[in-house]
Design a protein around this ligand. Structure first.
Ligand SMILES: [Zn+2]
Length: 166
């Protein structure tokens, strides 16, 4: 089973961010005014216009998710995996993003807003009782006596327990 098969869709992740962020109403990302109107949808994001300062913003403007090209669900999955002390290298392989991006995201996640609430939310959507992270570990190259013996590559499984609310 693919590790991200239990993850909510990109739309659902964006809806989660929207819900967390605008709990107390949509506020202008620049001046903080509540005098805001919806201004269409771009991509999957709702756009807003501030009637006071005339600035435009969307659900992720001013958050750690601003300007990211990596889908939100990959951020969420990364945040989820990082709870279990999985190395960034393993996380990058599992999530399917380059190490450099994973490193950057990990840094952002560690001091990011909303991350705890997002994880809280994800707990409710996890349908599996147990989740396994499989990481390929390369054996030593040119090892003597491997012919017909030990495999040069082995799979290591690190069990991760996930508590489901269902
Ligand atoms: Zn404004």
């Amino acid at each position: 089973m693919k590790i991200d098969s239990f993850m909510p869709s990109e739309e659902e992740c964006i809806a989660t961010l929207r819900e967390l962020r605008w709990k107390n109403g949509v506020r202008c990302a620049r001046c903080g005014s509540l005098n805001v109107k919806k201004d269409g949808v771009r991509g999957l994001y709702q756009m807003y216009e501030c009637k006071d300062c005339r600035s435009y913003f969307n659900d992720r403007t001013g958050t750690v998710f601003q300007d990211t090209k990596i889908p939100l669900r990959k951020w969420f999955l990364m945040a989820f995996l990082m709870q279990f002390n999985v190395s960034i290298l393993e996380v990058s392989k599992t999530v399917g993003i380059p190490y450099r991006n994973a490193f950057y995201i990990a840094k952002k996640i560690r001091n990011g807003m909303y991350v705890n609430q997002i994880l809280e939310k994800l707990k409710g959507t996890v349908e599996m009782d147990e989740l396994y992270v499989t990481a390929g570990v390369k054996g030593k190259k040119g090892q003597i006596g491997t012919e017909g013996g030990q495999p040069s590559r082995r799979e290591v499984e690190a069990p991760i327990s996930v508590t489901s609310r269902r």
